[in-house]
Design a protein. Structure first.
Length: 562
C-alpha cells in the first residue's frame, strides 16, 4: 500500500480518535480509553490503520515554510513576497514563542503513533490466525502474505520512530526519549536524553529491524506497497544520523572514530545498493526530479509520494508566466557556486557553467515555458514590476515545464528523502575525514572515487576533483553538496552541522540587476538583496517551544541562549 493510499485511509474515525490530543502537549501520549485493545484486536483492518498511522506525520518537504520550499532560510534563495514566516529566520527574530519551523508536536505525534502500533501488534501472528482458513492452499497463502505484511509494518514503525527522532535531534539536539505509549497515570515530565543517546537509539533501531524490512519493493512480489519504508532507507537513515554525529557541531574534538562509524554505515548502503538495492545515478539530472521519474529511478532509495497538483508551479513560476507568483528565487550566491566547465563568456556569464545550473535555475535570456525570460527594463519580467524576482533568477528544479495554470493543469511531484547521489556525497565526506581522499579502507570506493562519480554523472560530466589533501577535499565535498543538492533541504542543515552557519548566514544574500547596453547586450550587475542574521550563540539549535518548557515544570531544559 503506497503512501498516497495511506494518507487517504488513515483519516478513518478509529485512527482520528486514537491520535487525538497530540497538539496540546508533545508528551500527551496517553491512550484514549474509548479505543480498547479488544476493539482493535477484533478488527484486522483497524490494526492495518494503526500500522499506517505513523506515516501521516511525514512532513511535505515541498511546503515546509510559507507553503513552499525551505531554501530561503539559507543562502540558496530569497522569498519574493514581502512578508512571511521565513522573515523571522532571515532577520533573527524567531524565538521559543514564535518558531515558524516548530513541528515539535508533529514529530512526537508520529512517535506516539509508532509506539501505539508497536504495542498493539505484538501478537499479530496469533491474531491473524483467528477465525480464518489456514489449512487450504489458498488460505495458507493469504495467511502467509498477511503475516509477512504485518511483520514489515512492525519494522517500518520502528524505523519511522527513529526517523522522527532524527528530525528532532537535528533541530534540538538532545530531546526526551519516549519509547512507549504513556498511560493516564504515567509522568509525562521527562527530561531530555543527550544527543548521543538519541543517535545511539536510532542506530540500535536500524540494526535491530533492518533485516525485517522489505529489501526492495520494486523487485518484490508486493510492488503495490512501493512507497513504504525499505531496508535501504533504514540503512541510509542510520548513516545520515552517524554523519551528523561525526560533524563539527556534535564532534567538537573531531573524534575520528565517529567519522569511521559513519563511513562504515555509508559503505553498507552502497554495498546494499550494489545488490538487492540496485542503486545507480539517474541518467538525466533535470528529469530525475520531475513527475514519476523520482519513483521509478534506480537513484531513489525512498521517496514520499503526493497526488497531482500545481501548487509548486503556481507558487514559483515567474510572475510573467500566466498563473505564476515568482515564489522563492535562487540567489546569486548560489549561482556563483557553480563552476565553469568551459571558458567563461564575457557576454553571457551563464554559458559554459556546470550543466546542473541550467537544470536548477532559470536565468535571464534563457527559454522557460516556451518564452524567453527578459528581466531588463521594459521586458516582460522587468525586475521593477511588482512580484518579479528580487534576485534576477527563478527556480526550475522540481518544476514541470509548460504546465498550463490558467486551465488548471496539474502534475505529480514526489520528494526523494534518500537518493543515491546524496549517499555518495555523504560517503565521500566521511571517508575523507576518516581515511583521507584516496584510502578506501577495504570499502567500495575511496572518497575521491565517490565524489567524482557524482560529478561525472551522465549529462553533467564535470572535471574530476584532484585535490590531494584532506582540508582541500573537504571544501570540494562542501562545494559539490551545495550544487548537486540545491533546493533539496540540505543546505541549511549542512551549514549548521559543519559549524559554517555563522560565516555563511551573516553575509548578504545577493542578486543581479539586468539592464542592456547601447549594443542591446544584457549587462548583469551584482547587488545586495537583503542582509541576514544568524546568532551563533544560540541558533545552531532550535529553541524548545516555550509552552513545553512551562508544562514540564522545570524538567525540560531550554537550549542555550534562548
Amino acid at each position: 500500500m503506497n503512501l498516497q493510499r495511506i494518507h487517504t485511509i488513515i483519516k478513518t474515525v478509529l485512527v482520528a480518535t486514537v491520535l487525538t490530543g497530540c497538539e496540546k502537549n508533545f508528551l500527551d501520549t496517553k491512550v484514549d480509553t474509548q479505543i480498547t485493545p479488544e476493539m482493535i484486536d477484533a478488527n484486522y483492518s483497524s490494526l492495518i490503520n494503526l500500522a499506517n498511522a505513523p506515516y501521516i506525520y511525514l512532513r511535505n518537504e515541498f511546503t515546509l515554510l510559507d507553503s513552499n520550499l525551505f531554501a530561503p532560510v539559507s543562502d540558496e534563495a530569497v522569498q519574493t513576497a514581502p512578508s512571511g514566516n521565513v522573515r523571522l529566520f532571515n532577520n533573527g527574530s524567531w524565538s521559543p514563542y514564535n518558531n515558524p519551523d516548530s513541528y515539535y508536536g508533529n514529530y512526537y505525534a508520529g512517535i506516539r503513533a509508532a509506539n501505539y502500533f508497536i504495542e498493539r501488534s505484538g501478537n499479530y501472528r496469533s491474531f491473524l490466525a483467528l477465525n480464518r482458513d489456514t489449512v487450504s492452499a489458498s488460505g495458507k497463502i493469504n495467511y502467509t502474505n498477511d503475516t509477512l505484511n504485518m511483520g514489515w509494518y512492525v519494522a517500518e514503525a520502528h524505523i519511522l520512530r527513529a526517523w522522527y527522532y532524527f528530525e528532532l535531534s537535528k533541530r534540538y539536539g538532545g530531546v526526551p526519549l519516549v519509547t512507549q505509549t504513556l498511560s493516564v497515570t504515567d509522568n509525562t515530565n521527562i527530561p531530555r536524553a543527550s544527543y548521543d543517546e538519541i543517535i545511539n537509539f536510532i542506530v540500535s533501531e536500524v540494526d535491530a529491524y533492518k533485516n525485517s524490512l522489505q529489501p526492495n519493493w520494486k523487485t518484490s512480489s508486493f510492488t503495490s506497497n512501493d512507497g513504504r519504508l525499505n531496508r535501504g532507507a533504514a540503512l541510509a537513515l542510520k548513516a545520515r544520523a552517524l554523519l551528523f554525529a561525526a560533524s563539527p557541531l556534535h564532534n567538537a574534538g573531531n573524534d575520528v572514530t565517529k567519522w569511521q562509524k559513519a563511513a562504515a554505515a555509508l559503505n553498507d548502503v552502497i554495498v546494499f545498493g550494489q545488490g538487492a538495492g540496485a542503486y545507480n545515478l539517474h541518467a538525466d539530472y533535470r528529469n530525475y526530479f520531475l513527475q514519476n521519474n523520482t519513483l521509478t529511478s534506480s537513484e531513489t532509495i525512498w521517496a514520499i509520494r503526493y497526488t497531482a497538483g500545481n501548487w509548486l508551479e503556481r507558487s514559483n513560476y515567474p510572475i510573467g508566466t500566466a498563473g505564476g507568483a515568482s515564489g522563492i528565487t535562487p540567489s546569486h550566491n548560489l549561482v556563483q557556486a557553480y563552476e565553469y566547465k568551459g571558458t567563461p563568456d564575457p557576454v553571457n556569464p551563464y554559458a559554459n557553467l556546470d550543466p546542473r545550473m541550467a537544470m536548477t535555475i532559470v536565468t535571464n535570456n534563457s527559454t522557460w515555458n516556451a518564452r524567453t525570460i527578459d528581466e531588463s527594463p521594459g521586458g516582460v519580467d522587468d525586475m521593477k514590476k511588482t512580484n518579479t524576482s528580487r534576485t534576477g533568477y527563478y527556480l526550475k528544479k522540481f518544476l514541470n515545464d509548460g504546465l498550463n495554470l490558467v486551465q488548471g493543469g496539474t502534475q505529480v511531484h514526489h520528494w526523494p528523502v534518500f537518493r543515491y547521489g546524496e549517499v555518495l556525497l555523504e560517503y565521500a565526506e566521511a571517508m575523507n575525514e576518516a581515511y583521507g581522499p584516496d584510502d578506501n579502507n577495504g570499502y567500495a570506493y575511496t572518497a575521491r572515487e565517490a565524489l567524482n562519480m557524482v560529478r561525472n554523472r551522465t549529462g553533467v560530466a564535470m572535471p574530476a576533483v584532484t585535490t590531494a589533501d584532506v582540508p582541500g577535499f573537504r571544501q570540494a565535498v562542501k562545494q559539490e553538496r551545495r550544487v548537486e543538492l540545491a533546493f533539496e533541504n540540505y543546505r541549511y542543515w549542512d551549514l549548521l552541522r559543519w559549524k559554517d552557519a555563522a560565516a555563511a548566514l551573516n553575509q548578504p544574500v545577493t542578486g543581479v540587476t539586468v539592464t542592456k547596453n547601447g549594443s542591446g547586450q544584457f549587462v548583469y550587475t551584482p547587488f545586495n538583496v537583503e542582509n541576514r542574521v544568524f546568532d551563533a550563540s544560540k541558533m545552531y539549535y532550535y529553541p524548545f517551544p516555550q509552552s513545553e518548557i512551562i508544562k514540564s515544570n522545570g524538567v525540560l531544559d531550554q537550549n542555550t541562549g534562548w
